[in-house]
Design a protein. Structure first.
Length: 747
């Protein structure tokens, strides 16, 4: 395959003209503030300021690399580098110089990005090699390797087919990727490509993760390099058992009927095999995954010496997770230990191998996610962390006997970075002290880290820190000064207030609320309750975001949000209330919050609306229908209406089998309550949604029409579950605002 080299010498991007924003009548914001309109919400430059993504530290610690959005388009990402000693920045690669601009995504790449919720363009991901001299990134459907020494890029592929899931081998000798459902290896010294898997067909795919693995198990790869560059483990999936659903994608210029293999709850999943081959693809040794073919392969991990391949095997009902130790040369396996639950087992943070042959493992066996240590034989050595919740293992420094993790100890509303002994004897020491939400990316040796921070009054910042937490320099200070895009709206910016409500069983529920800045004593305002409500998600937090909420506050609304029982990051007892009972406890919790909200002296209890998307759209329907006396209207975006229309891995985890647990499915569907709909309703759905498929809304429309219910409907041609087009997002948000202005505002 032809390879071409490109020179990469760049100048810093110049400043762009300020974009004017539309002016609407100011209702309640302070007189010296500019109202945040929907037009301005979706205009450039982005109101949250410059964006940095994918921050990483080079293996030698000299450079900090980031994906940086452009001043005129925050979603167009280029590759930049900061000198870790001076803090000086420079562009390494422009995302438009190598390919001449944007190119059409393949369907596989569109689906991968949709599953990962990636809506940016340009260079969306990259990887350092072990030596710290080269950087790998996909762009325009091909794979490039940038050489820092020569300041040029090698184009390793130049095909009409999209390559996906590109990786450096651990030692940096090879580049690998998937093309047409086969795994390829590119030898960087010889500049030669080799296909190492075979047998792909219309239904058989190698080295890729199936739909539910991506969407529900957070596994976005289907192959894993051994540490010594000599072996690759890969999946072979057969999609033929999965039923074919005919889905109609309605676009502006065409209507396409897509025959999609979609694993509806209760139907067949893919069959999956796990094999190991060498870099020449000479022979595959198949790993023994057990006698039950109807399983999920949650993930795979190599030991540090490459002698063991660990496999996380999840049962179909997701009540048991087995960790297998496989011999990659023979394919033989043994069960090291099992995690089990009466409800379901969350996959957690996976496995981190240690140099002594043991590993760290995350588990919720004690009620909250913590880290545990095991020896090479799978014998438990005890808990390493305790208290609060661990949300990420950042880095392990075995030489100093310590690890670094992100999570919370005192309040689920904040995230902090902690240092902890590997022995588990000492308490965690926080490395962050600012109130708010933190995340960190550490150097491979844990000597330094990139810290991201935001709070309700501070857009996301990024800085470089030494191991003890001392800030060395800013990568992105993002100060809310007069030059910041958000500066015209600072005077009317409303800081949320936080509190807790208590359920009948004594459970504390976190909420946040925003009141219009100009609301006078004795006045009342309409309120909008934002809702999600589903498992794993957390919406109430002390972080930057919710600019649509700020726009609604500027329109004169009180905005309220509650994390009901079932939400994530509070432990299993809090989350497990959804088991076989979606649409019950979480709806009751939201109703409790609505009644409390209506009792507040500044809220007009007769003018409360509700809005949610996805699970939040499902919740909106249930809230309106189960408690029509509490609401004056609602907007349901991309709602699930019957869990039989959703996928196996997610739905069965919480709801069980639709045949064996038919009563639970019937009770959870919105159709059990549609006859009670009495409030104004706006339904919104993308007409190419392949996650919550459009059939959910079609069935709802049919049911409401047959029952003589009036409602409003807005559909978006070509849009999936997460809208990509700015025009569609802007139109959607304006529809939401206009709907609430009609239904909640006093004439």
């Amino acid at each position: 395959m032809p390879n071409r080299t490109f020179s990469l010498r760049h100048l810093v991007l110049c400043a762009l003209p300020v974009l004017a924003s539309a002016q609407l009548t100011l209702m309640t914001a302070q007189s010296n503030a500019e109202e945040l309109t929907i037009d301005r919400l979706h205009a450039q430059p982005g109101l949250s300021g410059p964006s940095l993504r994918g921050a990483k530290i080079s293996p030698n610690g000299r450079l900090v690399t980031v994906l940086r959005g452009r001043a005129d388009n925050a979603s167009q990402l280029d590759l930049w580098a900061y000198d870790s000693e001076t803090g000086e920045d420079r562009m390494l690669v422009s995302s438009t110089d190598l390919t001449g601009g944007a190119s059409a995504l393949s369907e596989e790449e569109k689906n991968r990005r949709e599953r990962q919720r990636i809506y940016a363009s340009g260079i969306i991901s990259y990887q350092w090699d072990k030596q710290g001299t080269r950087i790998l990134f996909p762009l325009g459907g091909d794979i490039f390797v940038y050489n820092l020494t020569t300041d040029d890029a090698l184009r390793t592929t130049a095909t009409d087919t999209f390559e996906t899931d590109a990786k450096f081998s651990p030692q940096g000798r090879y580049v690998s990727y998937v093309r047409d459902d086969e795994v390829y290896v590119f030898d960087l010294d010889k500049e030669k490509e080799k296909r190492i898997t075979k047998g792909a067909s219309a239904t058989v795919r190698n080295g890729v993760s199936e739909f539910v693995a991506q969407e529900e198990l957070d596994r976005f790869t289907g192959y894993w390099w051994s540490p010594n560059d000599d072996l690759i483990a890969y999946t072979k999936i057969d999609e033929s058992p999965v039923p074919i659903a005919e889905r109609v994608d309605i676009n502006a210029d065409e209507i396409v009927t897509i025959r999609q293999r979609y694993p509806f709850a209760g139907s067949n999943n893919v069959t999956i095999r796990l094999g190991v081959t060498d870099v020449k693809g000479r022979r595959t040794k198949w790993i023994d995954l057990g006698d039950d073919p109807d399983i999920y392969l949650a993930d795979a991990y190599w030991s540090q010496d490459g002698s063991t391949l660990y496999v996380a095997r999840l049962t179909r009902d997701q009540k048991r997770l087995d960790l297998l130790a496989a011999n990659p040369r023979t394919g033989e396996t043994r069960v090291l230990f099992t995690e089990s639950a009466d409800t379901w087992v969350n996959l957690g943070l996976g496995l981190t191998p240690l140099s002594d042959g043991g590993f760290l493992w995350s588990s919720e066996r004690g009620g909250t996610q913590q880290l545990y240590r095991y020896d090479a034989d799978g014998n438990a050595q005890g808990a390493v962390t305790a208290g609060g919740v661990v949300t990420k293992l950042n880095c392990v420094d075995e030489d100093k006997g310590q690890l670094f993790f992100t999570g919370w100890q005192e309040s689920a509303l904040e995230r902090h970075v902690y240092r902890k002994s590997l022995t588990g004897r000492d308490g965690p020491r926080p490395l962050t002290d600012q109130a708010g939400w933190h995340s960190a990316n550490f150097a491979g040796n844990c000597d330094g880290f990139i810290l991201s921070h935001s709070s309700p009054n501070q857009p996301r910042q990024a800085s470089f820190h030494s191991q003890d937490g001392t800030r060395q320099f800013w990568l992105l200070e993002n100060r809310l000064d007069n030059d910041h895009p958000y500066s015209p709206f600072v005077d009317s910016h409303v800081t949320p207030t936080y509190g807790q409500l208590t359920t009948e069983d004594g459970t504390a529920l976190d909420y946040m609320m925003m009141k219009p800045a100009g609301l006078r004593a004795g006045d009342t305002a309409p309120a909008i309750q934002l809702v999600y409500g589903g498992p794993h998600a957390q919406r109430v937090a002390k972080r930057w975001g919710g600019l649509l909420a700020q726009a609604l506050v500027d329109q004169g609304y009180v905005v309220f949000q509650l994390d009901n029982r079932g939400a994530g990051n509070r432990g299993t007892a809090f989350e497990n209330t959804l088991y076989r009972a979606m649409g019950v406890t979480e709806v009751a919790d939201q109703a409790l919050a609505t009644r409390w909200l209506a009792d507040q002296p500044f809220v007009d209890g007769d003018r409360i609306g509700v809005y949610g998307w996805s699970y939040g759209g499902y919740m909106t329907l249930h809230m309106l229908m189960q408690n029509p006396d509490l609401y004056a209207g609602g907007v349901s975006g991309a709602p699930v209406t019957d869990w039989r229309f959703y996928d196996t891995a997610y739905t069965e985890r919480y709801m069980g089998d639709p045949v064996a647990d038919k009563d639970a499915y019937d009770a959870s569907a919105v159709f059990a309550h549609t006859d009670k709909l009495a409030d104004p309703l706006l339904i919104i759905h993308g007409m190419a949604d392949d996650n919550v498929i459009f059939q959910n809304t079609v069935k709802l429309i049919d049911d409401l029409q047959k029952k003589g219910k009036t409602f409003e409907l807005m559909t978006y041609p070509g849009e999936k579950h997460g809208f990509r087009a700015t025009t569609a997002r802007k139109h959607r948000d304006q529809m939401i605002v206009d709907f609430f202005n009609r239904t909640l505002q006093t004439p």
